[in-house]
Design a protein. Structure first.
Length: 218
């Protein structure tokens, strides 16, 4: 039986599209059953409609606090009975209650080689620092912003004269490659998160992953 995937978005939904495209394959172990956006104008909702996927907008502007919004969002998500929840450009800081509710099921993609450059404006920060490479990380979501255990990273070069948009385009290409793969691992139950009082770890095929995630040469 296919795992049930719910995707949360705020914008264009290019990573959503990459996951939808991957899930069409007959051997893909998951199906996108719902798409939710905090932005009613998000183009990703149109992508979902075009793929005949149930979708809805739940605007955070209709709620007086973050806790009430997240509680309403959990109610909407749970109606889909999901196995996997994917943050794909969902521009919200999540409450601890939300994160705990979906612990081990909740993935995010972040445009940097974590733990470097948590937060926003990662491409420009990497250029300003004089880095030679940049990249993207898929990680489990924990209560620490962009701080959950990394599962997989992809690196891109930074060339002399690059501006933020150049780097963003290069990173997006890699995002669309690695995010559907990590979602697949979680759908297959090959990927889990271990958590105790001191730390969290990503585990793939029974092996604890390094702090930078899975590497082909391991």
């Amino acid at each position: 039986m296919s795992s049930r995937i719910v995707v949360l978005i705020s914008g264009s939904g290019s990573n959503l599209q990459a996951i939808i495209d991957a899930s069409i394959a007959t051997d893909y172990p998951g199906e996108v059953v719902g798409v939710i956006s905090n932005n009613p104008e998000a183009y990703g909702l149109t992508r979902a409609s075009n793929a005949n996927i149930a979708n809805l907008a739940l605007s955070h502007k209709d709620f007086d606090c973050r806790e009430n919004y997240d509680q309403a969002l959990m109610t909407k998500i749970d109606k889909f009975n999901p196995d996997v929840i994917v943050l794909a450009g969902f521009m919200r800081i999540l409450t601890p209650a939300f994160v705990q509710h979906y612990q081990g099921k909740l993935l995010n993609i972040h445009p940097s080689l974590l733990p470097k450059y948590q937060g926003l404006n990662t491409h420009q920060r990497s250029i300003d620092a004089g880095d030679k490479e940049h990249g993207v990380s898929v990680h489990f979501v924990t209560e620490e912003l962009d701080g959950g255990p990394v599962i997989l990273q992809a690196k891109v070069p930074i060339f002399e004269g690059d501006v933020s948009d150049d780097l963003a385009e290069r990173v997006h290409e890699q995002e669309h490659r690695i995010y559907p793969l990590v979602v697949k691992w979680l759908c297959q139950k090959r990927l889990t998160m271990f958590k105790d009082a001191d730390h969290e770890q990503a585990i793939l095929d029974g092996k604890v992953l390094a702090t930078s995630g899975y590497a082909n040469d391991e």
